[in-house]
Structure formats: C-alpha cells, structure tokens
Design a protein around this ligand. Structure first.
Ligand SMILES: NC(=O)c1ccc[n+]([C@@H]2O[C@H](COP(=O)([O-])OP(=O)(O)OC[C@H]3O[C@@H](n4cnc5c(N)ncnc54)[C@H](O)[C@@H]3O)[C@@H](O)[C@H]2O)c1
Ligand SMILES: O[C@H]1[C@H](O)[C@@H](O)[C@H](O)[C@@H](O)[C@H]1O
Length: 338
C-alpha cells in the first residue's frame, strides 16, 4: 500500500513544520500535494518532496491523488476548505481555529452532520501533550478530590505585527478555552475579561488580560494571557481540588547549578514547548484516518465551542460585562464513542 496520501493547504510556518513531521515521525504518510497563495513558496516546499503543486486549495482537495487534507492557511481561509473536504468525503485536519466565527463553525458542523460521519479534526494539540495528559490522569483518578478552580498562564515572548487585539483571545487564549472543556468535561457557561494596566512592551494591544471562565459544573478558571513577555514561551496550569493540587511541571529538561545560581531553559515558542504534542497529534490522526476510521481528536463541535466562547470573550473584553455562552444542542454525531 502507498499509505495515506496527504495534501497540505498553506505552507507557512506550521504547514512546513507539519510537513517535516509527517516525513519524520509517521510511517506510511506521504505529502503528495501542496498549495499556498504564495505560489513560489509552495513550489519551494513541494520540490524536495516530489509533491504536486495546485493553484488553490479547492483544486488540491478535488485531486484523486489526495486521500486526506491538512489545512494550515490563515484562519479566515479555513471554512471554505473544510467545507470542500467534507463535500468530497475526505478527512480533514484543520489547524486552529476551525473558523473565525461561531456561525462559520456551525456551517461546518451542519455539513459534517449532513454527511453523517466524522471527517474533521481541529489542531488543539494540548490534548496530546504529555504534561496535560498527566494532569488529567491525576484529576480523573480522584487523588486531589473534586476540582474547584484552575489557574492558567499563557505567555508568548512576542507576536507578529499583524496580530490584532482580538487575537489575544481568538488566537492565543483559545487553547486554554479548548483545554479546560476537555480537562473538566464541562462546557464554558460564561466569560469575563479583566484588563490590567498594559505592558510597555504591548504596543497597541490590550496586553496582558485576565480571562475568567465559568464552567457549567461550576469549576472556575482564570487565565492570564501575556503576549509580549520577551523572556520566552511560558505555559502554566494548576488545578485546585478539594484534597490537593496538581500542576504542570517545569518543561526545562535540565537544571544548571553554577556560580551560585540555578537555571533551567525556558522554551522559545510553541514549537519548542509543544513539538512532541504535535507529533503525537498528527500520528494519532493519520493512524485513525488511514485505517478508515473517524478521527478521535477534537472535532468540529469542539472547534465551534471554542469559537463561541472566544466570541463571548471578545464581547466581554469590549464591554467589560460578564457574557453568558449558549452553545445550543450538540448533534448526536458528537457523542463520545460515535
Ligand atoms: N496549534 C498551534 O499551536 C498553532 C501554532 C501556529 C499556528 N497555528 C495555526 O496555523 C495556521 C497557520 O499559521 P502559521 O503560523 O503557519 O501562519 P503563516 O503565516 O506562517 O502561514 C500561513 C500560510 O498560509 C498561506 N495562505 C493564506 N491564505 C491562504 C489560502 N486561502 N490558501 C492557501 N494558502 C493560504 C499564507 O500564504 C502562508 O504561507 C493559523 O490558523 C494558526 O492559528 C496553530
Ligand atoms: O498561533 C499561535 C499558536 O496557536 C500558539 O500555540 C499560541 O501560543 C500563540 O499565542 C498563537 O499565536
């Protein structure tokens, strides 16, 4: 067998990282096609792979040589490609966000529900991170008792020039929004956003922010988002239970004691911190879809829920109000085990 033949839409930073990953950590996966609005970039990426280049994502999805699709273009271009993949009956792994509005995500949910089989997975890689998985195992074991609160911090060293104020929520905090729904098995019922004094490194951005997420099971989450901390990429989390706490460990693999100091490296960006999680994420996805099964990672409903909570948080940021979230009824296609 030739294995799973994958087409990649968007050959920017994460597209190239996933292409490298599929050539190194996954047996039986071949990237056979790529496309990018920057055709010269796509051609440069395709050449060493011997992959075909396509004029656009729709043409790539329609190719009979492509079994499954990876969408790694900018968020605004996700919906069209995910809908086209569903219409073609092809599994599609879409980097976060699934789409940029809850309405667009619901169109994807409706298309997939109409198709009758799960085809969509969204790139929320924290669910595949060894540390978050260990945190969840401790929580689920009951060792720390029933959960009460979780404290999170999501710090980026810096962000690109095109990053807009809403991106602090829709692009960055969206990872915590997905992670807590998975961690606690409960939807977000309401959101508040507090805005302290802005960092002198923040430019025009409202940075940092504090999000308060109220889960339907009444666990309360606070998330500090800072996207210009300069010193590195720092992801933290601590769960308070009735009988104890569990927190993410230090991701630095070594500790140096020298000259009267103790030092450990801080990851530079998400590729450093979550590289192994992306490996597991794509390996599990490819194994599931190559075997003809549905992907069992975060799906279209999770993408929709994250977008709906993000939209509520953007409103909370603008108005200063507590904004309730109503997701509506989840289609049965997204029940566990289906
Ligand atoms: N899961 C994660 O931790 C993670 C990390 C980084 C990026 N992402 C997501 O991945 C996506 C890409 O981010 P990136 O950092 O690689 O950005 P990037 O700008 O480096 O790359 C995006 C590429 O998509 C191309 N593109 C844009 N619109 C297109 C279209 N309509 N058709 C084809 N190509 C198109 C651009 O030319 C660019 O080369 C974003 O949705 C981002 O949120 C996720
Ligand atoms: O697109 C990136 C990516 O999703 C990272 O995981 C996150 O930490 C960044 O804030 C975001 O800009």
């Amino acid at each position: 067998m030739t294995g799973l033949r994958v087409g990649v839409i968007g050959t920017g930073m994460i597209g190239r990282d996933h292409i490298r990953r599929m050539g190194t950590v996954q047996a039986g996966v071949t990237v056979v096609a790529v496309t990018d609005v920057d055709a010269a970039l796509a051609a440069r990426v395709a050449a060493p792979l011997g992959a075909a280049t396509h004029p656009d994502g729709l043409d790539l999805i329609a190719s009979p040589r492509v079994d499954a699709v990876l969408v790694c273009s900018w968020g605004g271009a996700h919906e069209e490609y995910v809908l086209a993949a569903i219409a073609a009956g092809k599994p599609v792994f879409c980097e976060k966000p699934l789409a940029t509005t809850p309405e667009a995500c619901l169109r994807i949910v409706a298309a997939e529900t109409g198709h009758g089989r799960r085809l969509v997975q969204v790139g929320y890689m924290r669910r595949y991170d060894a540390a978050y998985r260990a945190l969840k195992r401790v929580l689920d074991s009951g060792l720390i008792g029933a959960p009460l609160m979780m404290h999170c911090a999501h710090r980026n060293a810096g962000v690109p020039d095109f990053y807009q104020p809403d991106n602090i929520i829709t692009d960055t905090a969206v990872h915590e929004i997905d992670m807590v729904r998975w961690m606690f098995g409960s939807e977000v019922a309401a959101v508040r956003v507090l805005r302290p004094r802005a960092s002198r490194n923040a430019g025009e951005l409202p940075d940092p922010l504090l999000l308060v997420l109220e889960l339907a099971n009444r666990v309360l989450i606070d998330v500090e988002i800072s996207v210009n901390v300069r010193y590195g990429y720092d992801i933290r989390g601590e769960i308070l239970g009735e009988d104890g706490t569990v927190s993410l460990g230090d991701p630095g693999l070594i500790a140096v004691r020298q000259g009267g100091r103790l030092a450990s490296p801080v990851p530079g960006d998400w590729r450093d911190r979550f590289g192994a999680a992306y490996d597991v994420e794509l390996r599990e996805w490819a194994a599931a879809v190559a075997g003809g099964g549905p992907p069992d990672g975060p799906g279209a409903w999770d993408g929709y829920a994250a977008a709906a909570v993000s939209a509520a948080a953007v409103r909370a940021l603008r108005t200063g109000e507590r904004v309730p979230v109503d997701l509506g009824e989840r289609p049965r296609l997204y029940d566990a085990g289906r």
